[in-house]
Design a protein around this ligand. Structure first.
Ligand SMILES: [Zn+2]
Length: 457
């Protein structure tokens, strides 16, 4: 090989398999070598990692940009992501959601088109279409989308956009034929409706602290178990989103027997915050499912350790405070923003406080989501992979504040939290996009990715 573009040297490379003092050779946006600097080809530019860690960029498979319940455009959301060490994200394209309104009808293909047209992401992106309507037509659409590199689909068992278990099962059958992934938000609708009504009627039932009891862990576990069984029966690949509780993790583990294609994530906030947060932060911490008990957070880490959970995502839902606060909890828009803060917060908790290794961190945040969603060039530092890299200082301590938000969301549930470990620089396909919290590349550097049908072998 002749001269290459860049060598990133002087750091400790972390992969899902280990940590190495090594340099990374980059040419034309692709990693072309990992090893001693002397053994790599000469480069036009030498970038010094200054003794820091070099991680693969985070692959966040659960974010909400541009559309329902999101005030982030691709430009602002991916800027927050880049500053937070995220180099690939997957977001949701809602069937029937068009330009601020729920339409009467709409196809999944139109929803995908709206995301990919006229938007200028800074990092690489993909979309999961969200099926909100039970129809033959939607089943008929799936094959063409999978052919076009859209290889995962989201559904809900609750709220206004819920689908029946019967229809979810039919979608799984279709996805099984195509090799694509089904994702479901699982809470039992009728239990949440009845409990919600009962909790609202209680004295102090309008206080944010009452909110978790309106969507109890057993309602999550019931739906988690039912939907996973539907997926197993159809022999479909199933990815359970935002697992919050020991009960739900156990329900998933019960069906994760040999040959079952059932994978699951939790989100950073469920691992580091508990239900006492509602007293402290009120409506700004309202999301669904709710935060649970400290014992649940411990159990989520146990499940990450034993593999029942394999991914940590953000469920980034960027909202302004004026849509969160000022009324009872049920008037709050649901969701929290965290793309910019999730890696440092989760790193601090998992690695600094709970003894997880750096390769564990890379598995949960980078390689597992990449492999789960058909992105073989992402989440790894090896020849042939995209040069999506994060220079991370594991020793710098700083205090999180929403003043630094690049997201349009104007608060952070992590406001005032001191964390050790900071994203210094973020590269997407070899280009420096964020440097010490500042964006240094132009929007539009990111691409919409054609994803493979994943091999979950
Ligand atoms: Zn979500």
């Amino acid at each position: 090989m002749g001269q290459i573009d860049t060598v990133l040297a002087g750091g400790t490379v972390v992969t899902a398999d280990g940590t190495y003092d090594a340099a990374v050779g980059i040419d034309d946006g692709t990693i072309v070598g990992v090893g001693s600097e002397a053994a790599l080809p000469d480069a036009d530019e030498r970038v010094d990692a200054d003794g820091n860690l070099v991680l693969p960029g985070v692959v966040d498979p659960h974010t909400h940009l541009y559309g329902y319940n999101s005030v982030d455009s691709y430009e602002t959301g991916t800027a927050a992501a880049a500053a937070g060490g995220v180099t690939t994200l997957l977001t949701f394209a809602w069937q029937r959601w068009d330009d601020g309104e729920w339409g009467a009808e709409g196809t999944l293909a139109e929803a995908v088109e709206r995301h990919e047209t006229g938007t200028e992401p800074l990092i690489d992106c993909g979309v999961h279409p969200v099926i909100t309507e039970e129809s033959e037509a939607v089943l008929d659409e799936l094959a063409a989308l999978v052919d076009d590199g859209v290889t995962s689909f989201k559904m809900f068992t609750t709220d206004d956009i819920r689908l029946s278990n019967g229809f979810i099962g039919e979608v799984f059958r279709e996805l099984a034929d195509l090799g694509a992934v089904g994702m479901v938000h699982t809470e039992d609708y009728s239990v949440c409706e009845h409990r919600g009504e009962a909790v609202r009627a209680e004295p102090d039932g309008d206080a944010p602290a009452a909110y978790p009891r309106s969507r109890p862990d057993y309602a999550e576990a019931m739906a988690a178990g039912s939907v996973a069984r539907l997926a197993v029966a159809a022999d479909a690949k199933y990815y359970a989103v935002h697992t919050t509780s020991e009960a739900a993790a156990d329900a998933l583990a019960a069906v994760q027997t040999d040959g079952a294609n059932v994978r699951a994530e939790t989100c950073t906030h469920y691992t580091v915050l508990d239900e006492s947060t509602y007293e402290r932060l009120g409506n700004r911490s309202i999301m669904a499912p709710p935060l649970r008990t400290p014992a649940d957070s411990d159990a989520l880490f146990d499940s990450l350790r034993d593999g029942a959970l394999s991914v940590v995502s953000t469920d980034h839902v960027p909202l302004p405070l004026d849509r969160k606060e000022g009324g009872p909890w049920w008037d709050s828009a649901f969701g929290i923003n965290s793309l910019q803060t999730s890696l440092p917060v989760f790193h601090d908790e998992a690695v600094n406080r709970r003894g997880f290794s750096y390769p564990d961190l890379v598995r949960f945040a980078c390689r597992n989501p990449a492999d789960t969603f058909g992105l073989p060039r992402k989440g790894r530092i090896e020849p042939g992979a995209d040069a999506d890299l994060v220079v991370f200082d594991p020793e710098e301590t700083y205090t999180i504040t929403a003043e630094d938000n690049l997201s349009n969301a104007d608060y952070s549930v992590y406001e005032g939290r001191e964390v050790t470990g900071r994203v210094e620089r973020t590269f997407v396909r070899g280009e420096l996009v964020a440097d010490d919290g500042e964006i240094v590349a132009d929007p539009g550097h990111g691409r919409f990715l054609d994803r493979d049908v994943p091999d979950w072998g």
